[in-house]
Design a protein around this ligand. Sequence first.
Ligand SMILES: *Cc1c(COP(=O)(O)O)cnc(C)c1O
Length: 425
Amino acid sequence: METISFTPGRAFAQSLDSSDELREFRSKFVISDPDLIYMDGNSLGRQPAEAVDRVSEIVGQEWGEAIIRSWGQTWFDAPLRIGDKLGGLLGAAPGQVVISDSTSVNLFKMVMAALDLRPGRTKIVTDDLNFPSDLYILQGCIRLLGGKHILQVVPSPDRIAPDLEALIAAIDQDTALVTLSHVVFKSGYMYEVDAITERAHAVGALVLWDLSHSAGSVPVRLDEWNADLAVGCTYKYINGGPGAPSFLYVRRSLQDSALSPIWGWFGDKSPFTFALDYAPDPGSRRFLGGTPPVLSTLAIEPGIDLLLAARMDRLRRKSVALTSYMIYLYDSTLAQLGFELGSPREAERRGSHISIRHPEGYRVNRALIDEMHVLPDFREPDNIRLGLAPLYTTFEEVYEAVDRMRRVVAEQLYLKYPPGRQSVT
Ligand SMILES: *Cc1c(COP(=O)(O)O)cnc(C)c1O
């Protein structure tokens, strides 16, 4: 990957913005307060302007005027049609990606399907960099299946990157499933997919990737990776809206044999026959349960269209430049103020968010939000997490965010905030 050389000062950030090949995409988003430095696009992406128009059209015409006729026109096929379109961004050929449910629920469906495909095997391998909800779902699946499985959570030595050797060694002949977050939610570490997949497949285990922090931010090539199963959010870098339904991927060659644990009529091969016995759809539609949330499913599409137009290679190039620039600024201004980098330095091993740690991280984050007009988020115990969404984050915003972090600590502005946590961070 090319290395970029940076120089200090705001004018340099501005020059990076004026030569940014994706700069026109910022204007495709609703930005009601241009002075707000929004650094949380990895948690809830900004609103595409097109989504506002699209939703009002759906509400006014498709729901208001066409009423139930819209099911046959644009609604019934939406989870598969939009899934295929999203597949274009994830390196998945049509017929494998479906929009449905939340990421947690889709993970449940994928895990139950995977364990059912590997009877007799008793081990699930993951690591402690994974998102807690993913671990909870795994624990719940094990309980539901009678406690026959064990969950091996491989510890990360530094909480930034995994212990790859230990992870690979944990994958053995007893392993039914290996499941990891491809880009981890705290540090932004990104796995090298091949080594894990090769090992898992060599011993006959299945691989399930959680792409919540990857989809729309880093190149994903599900078919090329030989991935078996995947899930991920659409409200993060896909910009699909709060609580937008997530996606799942089932490799085509598994679709005959993989079964959803939830046998609903939308997953039946012929929902409108109303037969009394379930017969799963031969393809990926079998992983739908009941009636999908139509409004929020359709609202995802404008965000996907923007990413496809921007192209993943250009998004990745800008994302690497943004995160590298932030690390450069961290090195030159924050490192001497008690901050520590909580993300990998090698661009190849990094997604599109950066964690910067500080012993007073929680209060620093509050000061950034309450008086600095910067909006990152905080992840325990000390991570200030900054999402740099290549579609709309500017280099000048990165410059400003780091400078305001510097001020919060250099001027001790955080001292006036209580250390007690608020309920949503
Ligand atoms: C954000 C995120 C989730 C969220 O799951 P929901 O069911 O949408 O709440 C799950 N897994 C990972 C890895 C995430 O980053």
